[in-house]
Write a protein of this length. Structure first.
Length: 240
């Protein structure tokens, strides 16, 4: 299987966890888009679900497929969210936000009874950080916030250039929430939990792309098979 086929395979496996009457969170990104397409086909066949999209891009896709949508404040609690990841490790720690939707993705994920991550095998890494970590920040005091990120990240062993995300046309990228994104090319994040705690101390940081202790399962598609990594199995290993 090529990369697109692996993404489709992971999305198809995630569809096995969707049940009639569910309240679903719909992720953002190329892999999540396959899931939304498949969900749209099931809705056309009579599946009854209500969904909360994590971005304006996903909302547009879902509306075009006739998927029933609602606001998160209307549903408050979701049964399941299916989303992709830019990187994940064996402990189900994630880097997300390559598509710029990390804040809404995290809000929706935390409001869900279960978060399933779907990906191809290239996203599974031994150590997070090769993919630049997105950090969503407010526009006010941008330079000061960036300097604080550099300082605190260095204190926890994360070094590398930090750049303001731009659009392909050269304009500053603005998230759906009206914020900016700083992409932190650390190369390696030796202790994601410690870095996450450090970033939370910075007032200008809205949210980081580190998703730690949130995912319940990752469905990872390889060239020959699709496997499931479950948080409950990791917990049993730690207790053992």
């Amino acid at each position: 299987m090529n990369a697109d086929e692996m993404k489709r395979s992971a999305a198809a496996r995630a569809m096995d966890f969707v049940e009639d009457g569910m309240r679903l969170g719909l992720g953002t990104g190329s892999t999540a888009a396959y899931f939304v397409d498949m969900l749209g086909e099931r809705v056309k066949s009579g599946l009854n679900v209500t969904c909360v999209p994590t971005s304006e891009v996903t909302e547009k896709q879902a509306r075009g497929l006739g998927i029933p949508l609602a606001g998160l404040d209307d549903l408050r609690v979701l049964d399941l969210t299916v989303d992709g990841a830019d990187e994940l490790d064996a402990e189900l720690r994630l880097i997300k936000g390559g598509g710029g939707a990390l804040l809404r993705e995290k809000i929706v994920a935390m409001a869900s009874e279960q978060l399933i991550i779907i990906s191809d095998q290239s996203k599974l890494v031994e150590t997070l950080g090769a993919f630049p970590l997105p950090v969503e920040v407010v526009a006010f005091g941008l330079t000061t916030t960036q300097a604080m990120i550099e300082l605190l990240a260095a204190d926890v062993g994360c070094l590398g250039p930090i750049s303001l995300r731009k659009t392909p046309g050269g304009e500053v990228f603005v998230t759906d929430g009206g914020h900016y994104i700083l992409d932190c090319a650390f190369g390696s994040i030796p202790d994601p939990e410690v870095l996450d705690d450090a970033l939370k101390m910075i007032p200008g940081v809205v949210e980081s792309g580190l998703f730690i202790g949130i995912a319940d399962m990752a469905i990872v598609a390889g060239t020959q098979s699709v496997r499931e990594l479950k948080a409950e199995d990791l917990q049993e290993e730690d207790e053992g």
